[in-house]
Ligand binder design. Structure first.
Ligand code: ACO
Length: 457
């Protein structure tokens, strides 16, 4: 390539999620917690989950198949495929190599990329790898595809209502309608044991809930301050939350996102000059000298900045929480499903020319803030958004499962985790049309998959 490719970004997006969910109000009752804890306290409406018919590989097969077919692509047009996931079912063989089965139908084998893992951050690392490839000397002119996919499951107890499941596929290349801003990515990485999965015989993480929230908020402060600094260097008029029309966050649960949005305003307040602070934040003078590090669980700060930021939150962030509220945490795909939520909640004319900020957090910890500039070309954006028209109808088509049945399904998953040989018992008729499913695990742990197509199609 003799010239730097222009407007590298997202050309197409695909979202999938399970066809069944448990209602969070019913789960509160079943778990015997006080009414409102999961729905108001955590901000969750429904939680998607999988039976023994789906795993991370079937998720990735489905989302890749849909992305390729819905955009009339050929597998030979894809030169790089990156998978971000923390749902590990094999310590050596990558999910990416499993996906190569789909490329076989066209005899394609020349595809770079492999899996990337660090809690919920793997999808962002995979995305950065894809962007970097397209912008590098090794780019051969083909598309990159990024898949972020996870089944977020917790044992019975306080963390369980913050589960979920989903996958997002993104087609990356030049001349895109959603363009990644250059030179302002901000990253913050550190060693922490807030959430980790040392027990390879279990699907569950070890979680220090309070520490994970503290790590998330401190990563947010650090990424935002660095992003602000870099953005301001490129454009001195580009300062703070006003420079972003939308702000998307990794969403472990929606209430944390609302608190996080307020936290950005708190950062803007702290970084403002006295004149600006007095004019823009009346009555908040008492927080001027507090240290950010002392306020992760400070109720006064939280309440004051959630109140003052509420209107901006409703406008800039709430639309991106649709899927997070209806499905739950999707780990690596959570922040990307925030983008999908924004796209399905708006008309193309409401988004053209906008700038969208994104914050990705993965425990352990790895975090980044970056931004996307939306094209001013309405037809280009409309084409991308048209492909997402099925997301809302499919959310409505899901089947509600009782907490009792949900718990039984989770117990079955626990019992059969990594068992071989294994024949899944759940029906495939409840899957959405076109979903890949686990057929069989043989005695040496080799998994085979089928694709469910109902007779009506
Ligand atoms: N009505 C309204 N709100 C209520 C009610 C009620 N009846 N009961 C409780 N609440 C509120 C609480 O006041 C609390 O609000 P606050 O956060 O503003 O204080 C909220 O509901 C949650 O209640 P807690 O008692 O704090 O919840 P608990 O400690 O049992 O669990 C936690 C919450 C820690 C988030 C747990 O679900 C967890 O460990 N989840 C997994 C870890 C996680 O998601 N971490 C986030 C970043 S890392 C990642 O992405 C995995």
């Amino acid at each position: 390539m003799s010239s730097w490719p222009k407007d590298v970004g997202v050309l197409a997006v695909e979202q999938i999620f399970p066809a069944q969910y448990v209602d969070q109000t019913q789960l509160e009752e079943y778990d015997g917690v006080s009414g409102g804890k999961y729905t108001l306290g955590l901000g969750q409406g429904k939680m998607g989950f999988c039976t023994d018919r789906e795993d991370v590989q079937s998720f990735c097969l489905t989302v890749l198949h849909n992305l390729v077919k819905n955009n009339n692509l050929k597998y030979s047009q894809i030169g790089r495929l990156e998978v971000g996931t923390e749902t590990i079912i094999d310590k050596s063989k990558s999910v990416k190599t499993v996906l190569m089965q789909l490329f076989e139908e066209e005899g394609v084998t020349d595809v770079e990329g492999i899996d990337t893992t660090n809690a919920c951050y793997g999808g962002t690392a995979a995305l950065f790898n894809a962007i970097n490839w397209v912008e590098s000397s090794t780019w051969d002119g083909r598309y990159a595809v990024v898949i972020a996919a996870d089944l977020a499951v917790y044992p019975a107890g306080t963390a369980r209502p913050t589960g979920g499941a989903g996958a997002v596929g993104m087609l990356i290349g030049p001349n895109a309608p959603l363009v990644f801003d250059r030179g302002i990515r901000a990253t913050y990485m550190k060693h922490a044991y807030d959430f980790y999965k040392p027990n390879l015989a279990s699907e569950y993480a070890i979680v220090d809930g309070k520490l994970s929230i503290q790590c998330y908020l401190s990563a947010l402060d650090n990424c935002y301050q660095l992003y602000r600094k870099k953005a301001q260097k490129l454009d001195p008029t580009n300062v703070g939350i006003e420079s972003l029309d939308a702000m998307i966050f990794h969403s472990p649960y929606c209430k944390l996102v609302q608190k996080s949005f307020a936290r950005l305003i708190f950062n803007d307040y702290k970084l403002a000059t006295d004149d600006v602070r007095n004019a823009k934040y009346p009555g908040l003078d008492k927080f001027k000298d507090v240290n950010l590090e002392d306020t992760y669980f400070d109720r006064d700060v939280e309440k004051a900045f959630m109140t003052i930021s509420n209107d901006a939150f409703e406008k800039k962030t709430k639309p991106s929480l649709l899927l997070a509220n209806q499905i739950g945490n999707m780990y690596t795909s959570s922040v990307h499903s925030g983008l999908v939520s924004l796209l399905v909640s708006k008309e193309p004319s409401e988004l053209v020319g906008h700038r969208i900020g994104l914050f990705s957090y993965g425990s352990g910890l790895a975090s980044s803030m970056y931004s996307i500039s939306v094209t001013k070309d309405l037809s280009k954006l409309t084409a991308l958004m048209k492909n997402l028209k099925n997301v809302k109808p499919l959310l409505e088509k899901r089947v509600k499962v009782s907490p009792q049945k949900f718990t039984e399904i989770m117990e079955t998953r626990e019992k059969n985790y990594l068992v071989a040989p294994f024949e899944p018992v759940s029906s495939i008729n409840e899957l959405f049309d076109g979903t890949y499913y686990l057929k069989h695990v043989d005695k040496v742990h080799r998994r085979s998959y089928g694709r469910y197509v109902s007779e009506n199609v």
